[in-house]
Design a protein around this ligand. Structure first.
Ligand code: 13P
Ligand code: SF4
Length: 377
């Protein structure tokens, strides 16, 4: 049964919803594990058993052992959790239309066509595809089958280093990387590894040849899919400069889904978890401007009244699909679980799951590099 939330939930007061969710959680005990991404609104976030960035939540899902995982995140996160857990665990997304605009840029059929096009163009060269976790399970499956791996914003550099390392050293022995679907994370990662922007070309899936000549494909080191997350495009270099002018000693930290010029003008870049850690580890009185989703930045500011913490932009950068997970939907799925019904289960088809698992498991077993932190731009 899917997405048929009863209207009574939307009419309940916030206090009533909060009281009932707490009661349902108590009744369900260890059988349910609630995971919440850092971009969730506070009222949902407060009920999480575990919070984290995409990598931490994927690992947590794999380790949870709970009968039900209620994922307060977006669709690709719930798919990844389903792939990484056994058949005994049901993964539930309280609102199935909570997708990811970045994942939507890369449709499986376009990715398969692109891999064919690129493989033909490179001849003897080895290309390894790397799928950002913000992608459909079917895309991860294509990448897993083609010898590639997934990555998140916290381990993109490690995974790309694995791809380009010799097979003798445990790597994939690639001459080049096909990175999808985030062109900004791809470029930021390439530069963090010491490559130049000129070593990267952009693949446009709306064009038959990807908008690239065979020679361009052969001579580059990174082929970047032309996708981006709208939330992180509101941040600009002007905002970085203004924040520095207005606040002496301010540190600027941004998510690597931001454009390259913003990442290179910032002091630090990192995943949501890495941003939180950098702020938490800073001394009282520190001053921060943060370039990522507004719910997380506002929460950080509230949790650290001894520090000055502001959003980098004036306009709030909000992930509208994360916001679809709200108290009424959370209570609705928990009410159903108490009555023995699983609603809004995210269940990846077996064949797709087994290929996608190869790419995801490669990712979760790659160890964080020493020193790979928010300072790793
Ligand atoms: P993190 O893995 O850094 O939490 O990022 C996920 C995401 O969707 C950012 O937009
Ligand atoms: Fe996707 Fe952007 Fe939302 Fe992250 S912030 S889940 S990349 S739409």
């Amino acid at each position: 049964m899917n997405n048929l939330i009863d209207e009574k939930y939307t009419r309940m007061s916030k206090d009533e919803l909060v009281r009932r969710i707490a009661e349902r959680k108590r009744q369900l005990g260890d059988s349910v594990c609630i995971l919440a991404h850092h971009y969730q609104r506070d009222e949902v976030f407060q009920f999480a058993d575990y919070t984290g960035d995409s990598l931490k939540l994927a690992r947590q899902a794999a380790a949870s052992g709970a009968k039900y995982i209620v994922f307060c995140g977006v669709y690709f996160m719930a798919e990844s959790a389903d792939i990484l857990t056994g058949d005994d665990t049901a993964v539930i997304l309280p609102e199935l239309s909570a997708g990811c605009a970045l994942a939507d840029f890369a449709l499986p059929e376009d990715v398969a066509r692109a891999i064919e096009r690129i493989t033909e163009a490179v001849g003897e060269q080895v290309v390894v595809p790397i799928a950002y976790i913000n992608s459909f399970a079917a895309v991860k499956a294509i990448v897993g089958k083609a010898g590639g791996a997934c990555c998140t914003s916290s381990n993109a550099k490690n995974v790309c280093q694995w791809a380009l390392s010799d097979k003798a050293n445990g790597g994939a022995g690639a001459d080049k990387i096909f990175f999808l679907p985030d062109k900004h994370l791809g470029l930021n990662t390439a530069v963090a590894m010491g490559f130049k922007p000129d070593d990267c070309v952009r693949y446009d899936p709306s064009l038959d040849d990807g908008g690239l000549t065979d020679e361009q494909i052969r001579s580059c080191r990174f082929i970047l899919w032309n996708g981006e997350c709208y939330v992180h495009q509101v941040f600009t270099v002007e905002q970085v400069e203004r924040a520095r002018r207005d606040n002496e000693g301010i540190k600027i930290i941004v998510h690597p889904e931001c454009p390259h010029e913003v990442v290179s003008s910032a002091d630090l870049a990192g995943s949501t978890e890495q941003i939180i850690r950098a702020v938490e580890d800073s001394p009282a009185g520190s001053c921060w401007a943060i370039g990522t989703e507004v719910n997380m930045v506002s929460r950080l500011a509230r949790n650290h009244p001894d520090k000055h913490i502001q959003l980098l932009s004036d306009t709030p950068a909000e992930c509208l699909t994360m916001a679809k997970i709200d108290l009424p939907h959370l209570l609705w799925v928990l009410d159903n679980l108490v009555e023995g019904r699983v609603v809004n289960r995210v269940s990846v088809e077996v064949d797709i799951a087994s290929d996608a698992r190869i790419a995801l498991e490669r990712m979760v077993t790659i160890k964080p590099q020493a020193g790979a932190s928010a300072a790793d731009k």
